[in-house]
Design a protein around this ligand. Structure first.
Ligand SMILES: [Zn+2]
Length: 79
């Protein structure tokens, strides 16, 4: 299976370009750097297939935003 550039899904950690499976939020190192409460929130709101339809639920977007806010607060933004 060949992944085209357009379908390449990368880690959501700011600045991380690691390619991860579409159903994963990010690479293992960054995923486990998140607090469990946020990881639970992502899983709770994740809908299988949303990476294909590109229409994640408002709850998932909210959870993803909370994650980005946490990363910035934790000083994890890679520049
Ligand atoms: Zn990463």
């Amino acid at each position: 299976m060949t992944l085209s550039r357009a379908n390449t899904h990368t880690c959501h950690w700011p600045g991380c370009k690691r390619v991860v499976p579409p159903n994963m939020w990010g690479c293992k190192a960054h995923w486990f750097a998140l607090p469990k409460v946020l990881r639970d929130r992502i899983w709770a709101t994740y809908v299988p297939g949303q990476e294909i339809t590109k229409t994640p639920s408002p709850a998932y977007i909210e959870a993803a935003c909370a994650v980005q806010t946490w990363i910035v607060g934790a000083g994890g933004v890679v520049r």
